[in-house]
Design a protein around this ligand. Structure first.
Ligand SMILES: Cc1cc2nc3c(=O)[nH]c(=O)nc-3n(C[C@H](O)[C@H](O)[C@H](O)COP(=O)(O)OP(=O)(O)OC[C@H]3O[C@@H](n4cnc5c(N)ncnc54)[C@H](O)[C@@H]3O)c2cc1C
Length: 365
């Protein structure tokens, strides 16, 4: 059911271990890890985890604790971890029940997976392609909040299992289609090419059908009137673009600073769209960093600064730290932004991020 590449790389196991350990640490005050529980519950709802599956995971998890601790794992310790697991499992089951009901009962909502056909495939850069999805049954589709994602179950010819992947919705809600924008993950060093992204880019064509679970996710816009700062690295642009489009359409007077970091003009997705949006809306400012501009890329035309996004840059372009910050990108990018915002003194409740991997939260300074 889970992403098998994440299993092979050990990151799924790490995320599970971390969640259970955090539950043990905060067992008398689960409120402290509520954001982690909520984020994981959203993913569980998206992939269809059911209460009956918790005992199976619990049993194997306790076996793993025994294997790792060896002789140190007294019966008392194993029993205590069993209780912690039961406690956290109940918290998940309870939250997920509400999410399943909410998803099913909303107009256009659905349970499990639903068929969508590719209405349009649009190249956004050398590595990113958008897929416009329309429901095959031609019935209404559930709305969503900017920042949420769809979950794809891909049955790829020649693959032993189906593959599950999440893709952020890159358009504002309220259309009769969904749009996802996918980066093609090329083979690099010793790592093989990404399975699903290459399948989507190379094999899936207009008119083909794919299966998706209904929108999910807790990375969504706040309801304050404070200025918004959206910071993206590479393909992390997708949920932030949905937020930007939504703000421009629905709250055009809210001040938005949109900062994007990418390699150069070849990888710069949605460049024209962003330029147009900025010209049309005086409350939107944008700033683009290229880490490795090519010969034709011109400062002030294609991009604003060569290099990375850091605290100095943020302080020079964001009018005030009294703002709500959203960011998404690779893990190193996000760790750098998170540290910069903490050093600047931005309060924790004004910092929101989405991680494109099983990691639920970033470390504190
Ligand atoms: C909430 C969320 C939203 C997301 N939104 C988007 C989005 O909008 N757009 C987008 O493009 N992606 C998004 N993603 C990421 C997406 O879900 C996929 O992870 C991504 O498309 C890669 O999938 P893949 O099957 O192509 O690659 P995979 O086959 O899963 O491989 C992933 C990476 O691991 C490497 N790898 C594979 N096997 C190994 C191994 N054995 N050892 C070491 N490395 C290995 C590959 O080279 C590749 O770089 C999102 C993820 C999440 C969790």
């Amino acid at each position: 059911m889970f992403n098998q590449t994440n299993q092979k790389r050990g990151v799924q196991q790490e995320a599970l271990g971390y969640a259970v350990y955090a539950a043990g640490e905060h067992i008398t005050n689960l409120e402290a890890i509520k954001p982690v529980i909520e984020r994981i519950s959203q993913k569980h709802r998206a992939i269809g985890v059911i209460p009956e599956q918790y005992p199976v995971v619990g049993e194997t998890l306790l076996q793993a604790v025994k294997d790792v601790l060896g002789d140190t794992a007294s019966d008392e310790i194993i029993e205590a971890w069993g209780k912690v697991y039961g406690y956290i499992a109940d918290a998940f089951i309870d939250l997920e029940k509400g999410l399943y009901e909410e998803t099913k009962s909303q107009p256009g909502g659905w349970e499990g997976y639903r068929s969508f056909y590719i209405d349009k495939k649009v190249k956004e850069s050398d590595t990113v392609t958008s897929f416009y999805l329309k429901a095959k049954d031609q019935k209404a589709i559930a709305s969503y909040k900017a920042g949420q994602y769809l979950t794809l179950k891909a049955a790829i010819p020649g693959e032993k299992y189906t593959h599950i992947r999440h893709y952020s919705l890159s358009e504002s809600p309220g259309k009769d289609y969904y749009r996802i924008s996918v980066k093609r993950e090329n083979a690099h060093d010793d790592a093989p090419a990404g399975i699903v992204s290459n399948y989507l880019h190379k094999q899936v064509q207009t008119g083909d059908t794919l299966e998706f679970a209904a929108p999910a996710g807790d990375f969504v816009l706040d309801h304050t009137e404070l200025p918004v700062v959206l910071i993206s690295g590479g393909i992390g642009i997708t949920p932030l673009l949905s937020m930007l489009n939504t703000l421009a359409e629905k709250l055009p007077k809210r001040q938005v600073t949109f900062i994007h970091a990418t390699t150069n003009s070849k990888t710069h997705a949605f460049k024209e769209h962003l330029a147009q949006l900025k010209n049309k809306n005086k409350h939107v400012t944008s700033f683009v960093c290229y880490s490795s501009p090519n010969e034709k890329d011109r400062v002030g035309h294609d991009f604003d600064k060569e290099g990375y996004v850091d605290l100095d840059l943020l302080q020079s372009i964001v009018p005030s730290k009294e703002a709500i910050f959203y960011f998404c990108g690779s893990l190193p990018f996000m760790e750098a932004i998170h540290k910069a915002l903490q050093r600047w003194g931005v309060p924790r409740e004004h910092i929101h991020y989405e991680v494109f991997s099983p990691v639920a939260i970033l470390g504190e300074e």
